[in-house]
Design a protein around this ligand. Structure first.
Ligand code: GDP
Ligand code: MG
Length: 138
């Protein structure tokens, strides 16, 4: 069993897509092991997106992620990292296929409804950051 870190971003929460997104994850057969709605601090947002610190859009990214509450999720299942990335869809709106979460609900690069870890290593790092390494249902 593999775990991944998924997050409904502020635009997804604002647009009332929490249930839709979690519903898709659950119907796929994945299990939500831990979940919390929270306001990310600037420090947490910067740490989360540390790999993009040198990118020109980093400031915008951090501002967006801290612009409202997010829903952080610890999700478990077979190949949870790669399969959830397939369900999320590509980052670019022109490449996010219909049927994926971004393909169905997002239309811009900067506000794209959901985050998902891109590797098992990223998932471990991000779960540690957002859940402070304390799995509730371990
Ligand atoms: P992801 O793993 O598919 O979320 O994509 P990345 O890790 O490459 O980028 C992280 C997030 O930064 C994306 O989900 C977008 O919200 C945002 N992002 C990526 N590239 C750009 C860009 O060129 N411009 C802006 N404004 N945002 C971007
Ligand atoms: Mg990424």
């Amino acid at each position: 069993m593999e775990q991944t870190f998924l997050m409904v971003k502020p635009d997804g929460v604002e647009r009332g897509l929490i249930g839709e997104i979690i519903g898709r994850i659950e119907r796929k057969g994945f299990v939500v092991r831990e979940m919390k709605m929270m306001q990310a601090s600037e420090e947490l947002a910067k740490a989360h997106y540390a790999e993009h610190a040198e990118k020109p859009f980093f400031g915008e990214l951090v501002t967006f992620l801290t612009s409202g509450p997010v829903v952080a999720l610890r999700v478990e299942g077979t190949d949870a990292v790669s399969v959830s990335r397939l369900m999320i869809g590509k980052t670019k709106p022109t490449e996010a296929l219909p049927g994926t979460i971004r393909g169905d609900f997002a239309n811009t690069m900067s506000e794209n409804v959901i985050h998902g870890s891109d590797s098992v290593e990223s998932a471990e790092r991000e779960l540690g950051l957002w859940f402070q390494g304390q799995p509730v249902n371990a």
